[in-house]
Design a protein around this ligand. Structure first.
Ligand SMILES: Nc1ncnc2c1ncn2[C@@H]1O[C@H](COP(=O)(O)OP(=O)(O)OP(=O)(O)O)[C@@H](O)[C@H]1O
Ligand SMILES: [Mg+2]
Length: 434
């Protein structure tokens, strides 16, 4: 490759040579024209190439520009390479950018980016849903004009972002609990991360309720028991009175024992997430056992109609099934007046599912209670339930056992007429005989 200076010197020599040749034949004027003409050739060549370059630059097609020969070839080539590399870099940056945006959009948490004036620079779809924002509409709006909750405005104002902020009753249905925290970054900018903690808050509330309920349930028998003990300590009781007091103390201790047992059963069922095993349980044997227990509990106060002729087998955990069925029968007895009649049935329905149901002609349950009956410690009539020794854990246990057997608990009840509790088992757990 010749250097620019050599090229230039070569051109001058060529022009001088042309001028010299012409001078000897046609005089000074022609020699100047000849010399100038030689000098004009590279100018014209350069002009043509510049015009081409302009055309390609204006139509953004530098990369596809054909390369000229000669001096301009290298210029075009290098320019082409520069433009190609720049465009590739821009594409890579754009791809990275859109991947970041996609990742932020995929996040289950809300993300809001604020500039140094607390104006929204960017937000993801989740935060739009949490706060009713619309990025296209709200971009570069001050966030405290859009999220008007006083506790949030105060949080933003105080600028103490070490602790997160809990916002309750948020979202489209005003039923979400959101945990929000601001993180400073860049040049006085802030990233707001918002997590939906509704389920955690609910679990926390349930845990608090549970502890309060257990304490409350335990306190009553303990208080009564202590009352009896004090009485026995301070009074000089005769043998029969002492016996009477011991009986009453025993019943309170029994109450505490059954509460603890029920709690342990529930804890075990909750800890065991596996489906129940497939032990074959003979329905007639089960029905006979239930009938015996029912008669013992009722002591002749109720009329029973137990269908002990039902054949077939149910595949499940025998101990759990007996406990669930027994719970439904004991509820029917305990919550129905003495004259009521109680029936228990097993049948396989048209879809091959097994149904165990207990029907009583007791007082029934008002519809507003039905969906809550399987909650732990839920009782329709607290005082009546306590009288009967109930802790409100029975149906919660039944529900857990049903879940472990992929069964459904169906409760139908008409106030004043009676109730039917049905456990419906999937056909895979039913063995029919005969
Ligand atoms: N057959 C029924 N008739 C009327 N009310 C019922 C019947 N079965 C259950 N209930 C109501 O549902 C509530 C919840 O029943 P559940 O079996 O969970 O608790 P419990 O019987 O009070 O206590 P536990 O079963 O732990 O001894 C009862 O307190 C009672 O008010
Ligand atoms: Mg019960």
């Amino acid at each position: 490759m010749l250097s620019a200076l050599t090229r230039f010197a070569f051109l001058i020599c060529l022009a001088l040579l042309a001028a010299y040749i012409v001078l000897s034949n046609w005089g000074v004027d022609s020699a100047i024209i000849a010399g100038m003409s030689v000098l004009a050739v590279p100018l014209i060549y350069s002009y043509i190439n510049l015009a081409r370059l302009r055309r390609y630059v204006l139509s953004d097609a530098v990369e596809t520009m054909p390369l000229p020969s000669g001096f301009w070839e290298e210029v075009f080539f290098r320019l082409q390479r520069l433009v190609r590399n720049l465009k590739q870099e821009i594409r890579t940056v754009e791809q990275q950018h859109s991947r970041f945006i996609e990742a932020f959009q995929a996040s289950p948490n809300g993300i809001l980016m604020l500039d140094d004036q607390d104006q929204i620079e960017w937000c993801n779809a989740i935060s739009e849903r949490f706060f009713g924002l619309n990025f296209k509409r709200d971009a570069l709006q001050r966030v405290n004009f859009l999220i008007r909750r006083p506790e949030f405005i105060q949080y933003l104002h105080k600028r103490q972002f070490e602790e997160p902020l809990l916002l309750e009753r948020m979202g489209p249905g005003a039923n979400l609990s959101l945990m929000l925290q601001a993180f400073p970054y860049g040049d006085k900018r802030h990233l707001l991360l918002i997590q939906d903690v509704t389920d955690l808050q609910k679990a926390d509330a349930m845990r608090r309720d549970f502890v309060a309920n257990v304490s409350h349930e335990m306190r009553t028998p303990i208080t009564v028991l202590m009352g009896f003990l004090e009485t026995m300590q301070s009074l000089d009781l005769d043998k029969s009175q002492q016996h009477q007091y011991f009986e009453m103390m025993m019943s309170q201790a029994q109450r505490m024992k059954s509460l603890v047992e029920d709690l342990l059963t529930l804890a075990n069922l909750e800890a065991n997430t596996l489906p129940a095993p497939m032990q074959a349980i003979k329905i007639p044997t089960l029905m006979a056992l239930l009938k015996n227990d029912a008669e013992a509990l009722s002591q002749g106060r109720h009329a029973f109609n137990f269908d002990i002729s039902s054949s077939g087998e149910l595949m499940g955990e025998e101990r759990e099934i007996l406990s669930a069925f027994g719970n439904l029968v004991s509820n029917a007895i305990r919550y129905s007046p003495d004259v009521a009649s109680i029936s228990a049935n097993w049948r396989v329905n048209a879809d091959g599912e097994g149904e165990f149901s207990v029907t009583d002609t007791g007082p029934g349950i008002a519809s507003e209670h039905l969906s809550r009956l399987t909650e732990r410690f839920y009782r329709v009539d607290r005082s009546r339930s306590r009288e009967t020794g109930g802790t409100g854990l029975g149906l919660a246990i039944v529900k857990h056992i049903a879940n472990r057997h992929q069964a459904q608990l169906i409760i139908e009840s008409t106030p004043g007429k009676g109730s039917t509790f049905t456990l419906r088992f999937p056909k895979e757990r039913i063995l029919q005989q005969g």
